[in-house]
Design a protein around this ligand. Sequence first.
Ligand SMILES: Cc1cc2nc3c(=O)[nH]c(=O)nc-3n(C[C@H](O)[C@H](O)[C@H](O)COP(=O)(O)O)c2cc1C
Length: 191
Amino acid sequence: MTDKTKVIAVFHSGYGHTKVQAEAVLAGANSIEGIDAELMEAAEAANNLDKLDEAAAIIFGSPTYMGTVSAQFKAFMDASSAKWMAQGWKDKIAGGFTNSSSPVGDKTGTLQTLSVFAAQHGMIWVGLDLPPGNNSTSGSDNNMNRMGASLGAMAQSLADQGPDMSPPNADQETAHYYGARIARAALRWAA
Ligand SMILES: Cc1cc2nc3c(=O)[nH]c(=O)nc-3n(C[C@H](O)[C@H](O)[C@H](O)COP(=O)(O)O)c2cc1C
């Protein structure tokens, strides 16, 4: 038994890049006192939906494949319809993150899919409150939120770099910040 507030990040990663982002989200969430955060692979979560009932916040993460979530993540989404029927995750805090190889790469489509998914479950979506990090002459690719997202956390992993090199620190710091934000929101919402 723990009296800590549970945060679970459900993610899929085909080649390991989004997993790096998920681990940064996890570390950010666990950096907040009173939070017990963990990762769940989407396939595992699809087969263990009740585990997610314990969470005050669920963060959804998927690579952007063909402008939306991966098929593997979508399988989890479809499996969750059993919870949707009973609105079992209603009023939980929700957030989302995605990673792709192009700077834009149609990542917004993925975050929109995740936010609509959360809304269908009656969840409370929390966006990213960081200003754009690279939209002026004083900004650079080294700044947090260099992708300039608001709906959730974005990362870019260059197509010819492995997960040992990509996504870069700025995107991992963004994910860490976002995980902490979701954790704080969960604590406040659950109070
Ligand atoms: C099937 C497939 C579709 C993809 N579609 C996109 C896309 O729409 N936009 C983009 O920028 N990158 C796209 N990519 C590149 C991935 O998003 C990128 O390689 C990402 O880092 C993969 O994350 P992962 O290692 O967690 O699977 C695609 C890759 C695959 C395998």
